[in-house]
Write a protein that binds this ligand. Structure first.
Ligand SMILES: Nc1ncnc2c1ncn2[C@@H]1O[C@H](COP(=O)(O)OP(=O)(O)OP(=O)(O)O)[C@@H](O)[C@H]1O
Length: 635
């Protein structure tokens, strides 16, 4: 078995992956499915291309899509590289073709010393030419493969930036990581080397067939029949193999998701003394993958062997035809000798070609996965210049799950330049309002406007640029404090960063870090407490100095002293801006001009605190519950 065969056989699974898992009583737990891949994408090697604000899926073979992505200069080099790799495969076979010629000459008794020199020159020439051709073809193939995949990665990341959170969560972090590391590596390798070799195998097979046809045209007819039968068998194998590639990719991605989830939740599990609890989900996933491999090995191995046997039988049939033609006197002894050698020479490139074909199928599948992500519709965006003014939710409908709207026919006005607090029981839809405003998701019906302009009418980047968001869960990058602040305003000076940090009361804890401001805080901000992370997020909003500020439980993790300190900074931040804040600690919302009371996706009441106190029962209940909680804490 050549290396490609081994690689192909190591990717088992002809047949359906779910059967063994079900039989083992372990149904596969799947993520919410990705929206269906457009038909053109799912049926083969296809891709999508950017076109203005949207994408359109087009049926483009993966190699053509990749070639289209690289710069023209590299594209030319790539084509030359592929041609050289193909030529190399031909050159490797030249000595063997020469041997066929020599045998023919010997059998015809026309062999001379002059011909011996010619044969020697051809063999030596092929060897020397390979020394020149192979390294260049190899280098250019890989150069283009890596270049094209680099472009694909960039396109993917640029596209992810423009997707809503719903689409992002359906893709899944671990499965994306599997795609861009593991599967893209196949593309990188095969786009250059594998494809070139495949072209070479095809060219060589063609030359050998033409050679056989020149011995006697009957070979051509026989090969046409055999090729038809082989194409049918290969089609079946290829379909099964492509199903395997898809199922295996899903299972690997799913088990990676479970592992990532387990790692992320480990602190919680430890705190609950339940470290072993969620292992079950991961174990089931691994068992499903194992069962999938076991069940498919039994199918793949015979199929791979059957393909080998079919090839051997086809070649045997050609040998039989050669002998029959000789017996019938249609060809002489030299013709028979040449035909037999040419038939034997057919085996290695055909065998290598089938194995390489499997790898190229996996590459095609990886490309289809990338194309499916690229085909996900991005958030709509227009080109209008953003306006300022009041924020309006007009007849908004939105839900995270189909058929379960969180907001339906929702109307709300948030006055320009004022602080509005949104309060309400858990699950009322408060955070959803902010998510929609920050365009993490798009509304299903209705619209959100700022200054009477639909927020979808302006470029996404420009819309986000006017928002300063302090989220509930603060994510910090593995960078210094200043580095983390500069994410909000890359051009900020040292002095501006320091001022924002001071106003958000970050200076105190920064002074205690091992290298002060220069300390790298861990990925996700794990070296900081919840309250410290919140202060960094507030400092970011201060540094960004945006015209609209959205705060979702922005001070929930701060102690009373820090909240008091940050409060002063927040009051400065709020001045003259449109602010929407969500807070469970009602004391925090006391500084708001207006309060919106929400329940179950509806606005129950709205107005200044004093008016709500007088007329809104839910508002009074929330206050009463809040006071109870405070008393309970003191007790
Ligand atoms: N990502 C999500 N996927 C599915 N459902 C969600 C998601 N986020 C929120 N929900 C659901 O939407 C509804 C509104 O949630 P939302 O977070 O907006 O409420 P909230 O008023 O902010 O609640 P809380 O005060 O507890 O944060 C809830 O029923 C919640 O379960």
């Amino acid at each position: 078995m050549g290396p490609c065969w081994r690689r192909a056989a190591a990717m088992p699974a002809i047949g359906r992956c779910r059967t063994p898992a079900r039989r083992a009583g372990a149904p596969l737990r799947r993520r919410a499915p990705m929206p269906p891949v457009p038909r053109v994408l799912s049926e083969g090697d296809t891709t999508s291309r950017e076109s203005g604000a949207g994408k359109e899926a087009r049926a483009v073979p993966w190699w053509r899509d990749l070639t289209g992505r690289i710069e023209p200069r590299l594209r030319r080099r790539y084509r030359v590289g592929l041609a050289l790799l193909a030529a190399d495969a031909g050159l490797a076979a030249l000595p063997l073709l020469t041997a066929a010629w020599v045998i023919g000459q010997l059998a015809a008794d026309t062999w001379t010393s002059g011909k011996a020199w010619i044969a020697a020159a051809i063999v030596a020439g092929a060897f020397l030419a390979r020394l020149a051709v192979m390294p260049v073809g190899f280098a250019r193939g890989f150069e283009a493969g890596y270049g094209a995949v680099a472009e694909l990665r960039l396109a993917l990341f640029a596209h992810l930036r423009r997707l809503g959170l719903g689409a992002l969560s359906r893709i899944g972090a671990a499965s994306l990581a599997d795609l861009v590391t593991h599967r893209f590596r196949w593309i990188e390798e095969e786009a250059g080397y594998g494809l070139g070799r495949q072209i070479g195998h095809a060219a060589l097979v063609l030359v050998l067939i033409l050679g056989l046809a020149s011995v006697h045209p009957a070979f051509l007819a026989a090969i046409a029949v055999l090729a038809g039968a082989a194409a049918l068998a290969y089609r079946r194998l290829d379909r099964a193999f492509s199903r395997l590639a898809r199922d295996q990719a899903s299972l690997v991605a799913e088990s990676a998701e479970r592992m990532v989830e387990y790692l992320a939740g480990l602190p919680v599990l430890r705190s609950l003394g339940q470290v072993g609890a969620r292992q079950g989900a991961y174990r089931r996933q691994v068992e499903a993958l194992h069962a999938f491999y076991r069940a498919t090995i039994g199918t793949v191995a015979p199929l791979v062997s059957a393909t080998r046997i079919l090839l051997d039988l086809a070649l045997l049939a050609l040998v039989g035809i050669a002998v029959t033609l000789f017996a019938l006197g249609a060809i002489g002894a030299p013709g028979l000798a040449v035909a037999l050698v040419l038939v034997l020479l057919l085996l290695p490139p055909l065998e290598a070609s089938v194995g390489e074909g499997f790898m190229l199928r996996l590459v095609g599948d990886a490309h289809v996965r990338a194309a499916a992500i690229l085909a996900q519709p991005p958030l709509t965006e227009g080109v209008e210049t953003p306006r300022t003014g009041e924020i309006r939710f007009e007849g908004v409908r939105f839900g995270y799950d189909p058929g379960r709207p969180v907001l339906d026919g929702f109307d709300l006005v948030l006055p320009h330049g004022h602080v509005t607090a949104v309060i309400g029981p858990s699950g009322a839809g408060k955070s959803t309002l902010l998510s929609l405003l920050a365009r993490s998701f798009d509304v299903e019906a209705g619209r959100i406007t700022i200054g009477a302009q639909d927020i979808r009418a302006v470029p996404l980047d420009r819309h986000l640029a006017r928002l300063g968001v302090v989220p509930q869960d603060v994510f910090l990058f593995a960078d210094t404090l200043a580095g983390n602040l500069r994410i909000a305003k890359p051009e900020a000076t040292e002095a501006e960063c320091r001022a924002a940090a001071e106003r958000a009361c970050c200076a105190g804890f920064a002074a205690h870090l091992p290298e002060k401001d220069g300390t790298r805080i861990g990925e996700g901000g794990r070296d900081l407490s919840g309250g410290e992370r919140q202060r960094v997020a507030i400092a970011r909003a201060m540094l960004k100095d945006a015209e609209i500020v959205l705060l979702d439980e922005a001070t929930s993790a701060l102690d009373a002293e820090s909240e008091h300190g940050v409060g002063e900074g927040l009051r400065t931040l709020f001045r003259g801006r449109t602010v929407v804040m969500i807070a469970h600690r009602l004391q925090t919302v006391a500084q708001a001009d207006h309060i919106v009371v929400m329940e179950a996706g509806r606005v129950v009441d709205r107005g200044p605190p004093a008016e709500l106190e007088a007329r809104c029962a839910l508002y009074r209940n929330l206050w009463a519950a809040y006071h109870d909680t405070e008393r309970w804490r003191l007790t």
